[in-house]
Design a binder for this molecule. Structure first.
Ligand SMILES: C[S@@+](CC[C@H](N)C(=O)[O-])C[C@H]1O[C@@H](n2cnc3c(N)ncnc32)[C@H](O)[C@@H]1O
Length: 740
């Protein structure tokens, strides 16, 4: 999960926004005191547009913010039931229920977070219109070009932060863009209308008409035109491809039909690999030499194997994700639902439970993203989304995720059902899912569901050479983001449906990892049948009060796990002392950038600090993980490794693993984990330290025993074991440990 840390800067922003909004609230129901003239409104829009463009052209990262403060729901009334109003009828800070306005854009739009334009009504009055959550991949001018006529249902009229006014359209289902033939377009605007760009849906409808009249060539042409415009992997693309495949079959073009069905894995869609297999087998009986069908059948068998047994070609998949670089991608693989089911988890709501006894490391599930947005290359737009109602902010890919989710939900109402089943806390949902033949999408609901269910995610959980990357400085881009965003975080984020049912524990019994758009969950210890599967929403080492504050503000719960219980029972004095020592220890990180002599000088004080932190615990090691020790121990180990002191590393790493709750024993010539500790990716480094230190000290058989154990543990935190030797190749080879 992803948490937003409310730092001071964050609160300052919220406080300022609240003051401005209170002033606006005071004007609720009133007419604006001052309305700029048409000429001045257009002039400031145009000059702002050119400034923004110039800025965007020179920026590495375009940063903008969006403030959702008034969670007004979308319109659920039919258009025919609404009453027409004009701009002069609008009153400040109100969503005009039961009303609509019809407007025409008088300028070309610009885009920061919203698409902003100036529009007139039939009386010639003008107003700024901010349209949120439109498809980010489309140029604003293709959505609302000058001359475009549109209806805003139940318009929300508000004061802007700059002191002006605007109509703010949050919900995609609240705006209807009219084409020239629409009878709702006022007569006086018709001659000057620009023809609207045709949508894939229009081409599909034309194609269907031709198909009904058995005009197959014409129908195929229409579907082809629609496909040129359709978003890849969208529902409309799928329908157009299927329709065209059908037309090709009617025309006797079997191979073309197969190619169409083949694209985007249509034969493998909807996880119905069994019927895909049956269809392909049938097809191959008729055309036994069809190479395409043979390949497809082979892939179908692979997908079936993944779906049934969770056997994936992880190494291949990992390489594929690496090849994406900073680009978007989707893995061609099936979902695996292992021994898990959704059930009731008492006051926590629903939860995920095991359906049988599960062993440490077992695969529980592999889930494909409903939608994921990874941090993109330079030049990406970076938005911060503030919600004053929930006092939460979403930065970077999170606000992009919300925007893209809105589009998916709008265009794929069937798929949307699974998303809407996720929890939205106390948010009051509107009734109904369609209006005027279109899906209702409540942007605020999408924000709430995303807030409670999204996972922060990297493209790959296991980065190559983690030792090299461990204390890497942030990139220029990271620094810009950190400065601009109060959270300072900008990883990827996404929604995975089944994993969203997992409740939180600070010391969970499962670990999640990411491989591109795949989320993998494995058991972090032996779990008996019927036990709840938990995950750690926060991947940080902060103290209990800070964690609880985040749980309350973002997820509205109080964590009652063992770790929280034990830490809460400790005195503030002890916790302050520990925090102070951790802070001091982490300052030593800078030594890593200095000479070996300097690193050597750091060892003694670091040992003292780590021992000092250990001394703040009164309970024995093994009892519960001493999570705050992870980072200081890493720094100290890195010092010792650089100074080539393997016996110290060995002793310390083993001790640190005990401190994290592990009990590892040698039994019958094998290392066995008798008690499972806190599992988190950086802990693998501790295991690797034991391997390399043992090897360097000449204890090669011990090194091999630890190597084999580490691969098992690695599999749990990285999701797969295949990449272990790629990831740790350098340190292992340097220590003379075999890497195969
Ligand atoms: C991602 S959802 C988990 C599934 C959720 N329980 C449901 O019914 O859909 C997050 C929400 O679950 C609940 N939750 C998660 N972990 C919890 C915990 N440890 N104690 C109490 N409630 C928890 C909170 O309401 C939280 O906002």
């Amino acid at each position: 999960m992803f948490a937003f840390e409310q730092e001071d800067q964050w609160n300052v922003y919220f406080n300022r926004a609240e003051i401005i909004l209170k002033a606006a609230e005071g004007r609720k129901g009133q007419k604006p005191l001052f309305k700029p003239s048409r000429a001045s409104l257009i002039y400031s829009h145009n000059s702002f547009s050119s400034q923004a463009q110039a800025q965007a052209a020179g920026a590495t990262l375009n940063i903008s913010s969006n403030i959702a403060y008034n969670e007004h729901p979308p319109c659920i009334a039919l258009f025919d039931a609404l009453e027409k109003k004009y701009l002069e009828d609008l009153r400040l800070e109100l969503a005009h229920r039961g009303r609509y306005v019809i407007l025409r854009a008088v300028v070309n739009p610009d885009r920061l977070v919203s698409i902003s334009t100036i529009a007139e009504d039939e009386n010639g009055e003008v107003e700024t219109v901010q349209i949120y959550n439109q498809d980010d991949r489309k140029l604003p001018v293709s959505i609302v070009p000058e001359g475009q006529v549109f209806i805003v249902k139940e318009p929300f009229f508000k004061m802007t932060f700059g002191g002006g006014t605007s109509i703010r359209v949050d919900h995609v289902s609240d705006i209807i863009f009219l084409d020239g033939e629409d009878e709702r377009v006022p007569e006086k605007w018709r001659p000057r209308l620009r023809p609207l760009a045709r949508r894939p849906l229009d081409w599909k409808e034309d194609g269907n008409r031709f198909y009904g009249g058995k005009q197959y060539f014409e129908a195929a042409q229409c579907y082809t035109k629609g496909l040129e415009l359709a978003e890849p992997y969208s529902e409309i693309e799928r329908i157009l491809l299927l329709n065209r495949a059908q037309v090709y079959l009617e025309l006797g073009y079997t191979e073309k039909a197969l190619a169409d069905a083949d694209k985007r894995s249509l034969l493998l869609r909807g996880c119905d690999y069994e019927s895909a297999k049956a269809r392909l087998v049938k097809l191959l009986k008729e055309c036994p030499e069809n190479k395409n069908a043979k390949d497809r059948l082979l892939r179908t068998f692979r997908r079936l194997r993944e779906q049934r047994s969770g056997e994936y070609e992880f190494a291949k998949m990992r390489n594929e994700v690496k090849e994406w670089g900073n680009k978007k991608g989707k893995l061609d693989c099936a979902e695996y639902v292992g021994p898990v089911r959704v059930g009731h988890a008492g006051s926590k709501g629903r939860g995920l439970f095991t359906t049988r006894d599960v062993k440490f490391g077992e695969l529980l599930l592999c889930s494909k993203a409903f939608k994921v947005c990874h941090k993109e290359a330079k030049g990406a737009r970076f938005t911060i989304l503030f919600n004053l109602k929930t006092k939460n902010g979403q930065s970077g890919t999170h606000s992009q995720l919300v925007q893209e989710l809105i589009q998916i939900l709008y265009h794929n109402p069937k798929k949307a059902k699974r998303f809407y089943e996720l929890t939205s806390g106390d948010y009051e949902r509107v009734k109904g899912d369609m209006v005027d033949g279109l899906p209702i999408v409540d942007s605020h609901l999408v924000m709430r569901i995303t807030l409670k269910n999204c996972f922060g995610c990297p493209r790959l959980s296991a980065l190559d050479d983690p030792f090299e990357n461990l204390f890497k400085d942030p990139t220029e881009e990271d620094k810009i983001i950190a400065e601009a965003s109060p959270t300072g975080r900008a990883e990827g984020s996404g929604i995975w449906i089944l994993p969203s049912y997992m409740n939180h524990s600070c010391w969970p019994n499962s670990v999640r990892s990411f491989l591109g758009d795949l989320l993998i969950v494995r058991a972090a210890r032996d779990i008996p049948e019927g036990e709840e599967i938990t995950t750690n929403y926060l991947q940080n080492e902060s103290r209990v009060q800070k964690r609880q504050k985040l749980f309350r503000s973002q997820w509205a719960f109080e964590c009652q796990c063992t770790l929280c219980e034990i830490e809460t029972a400790e005195s503030d004095e002890v916790k302050d002392k520990r925090e102070e020592l951790v802070e001091k220890a982490l300052k030593f990180k800078v030594y890593l950038k200095r000479s070996l002599t300097k690193i050597g000088e750091g060892i003694k004080p670091m040992i003292k600090l780590v021992k000092g932190i250990e001394a703040t615990y009164s309970t024995p090691e093994f009892l519960y993980p001493r999570v705050p020790l992870i980072s200081p121990t890493h720094v100290l180990h890195t010092f010792l490794v650089r100074k080539q002191r393997p016996s110290d590393v060995l002793a310390l790493a083993k001790g640190a693993l005990n401190g994290l709750g592990f009990k590892i024993q040698l039994k019958a010539g094998k290392l066995v984990i008798e008690r499972y500790g806190y599992l988190h990716f950086p802990i693998i480094n501790l295991f690797v330290h034991v391997i390399t230190a043992a090897a360097i000290s000449g204890q090669s058989s011990t090194a091999m025993l630890w190597r084999n154990l580490t691969i098992k543990v690695y599999e749990v935190v990285a999701g797969e074991r295949e990449s272990f030797f790629d990831v740790y190749e350098r340190p292992l080879l340097q220590a003379g440990v075999p890497v195969n």
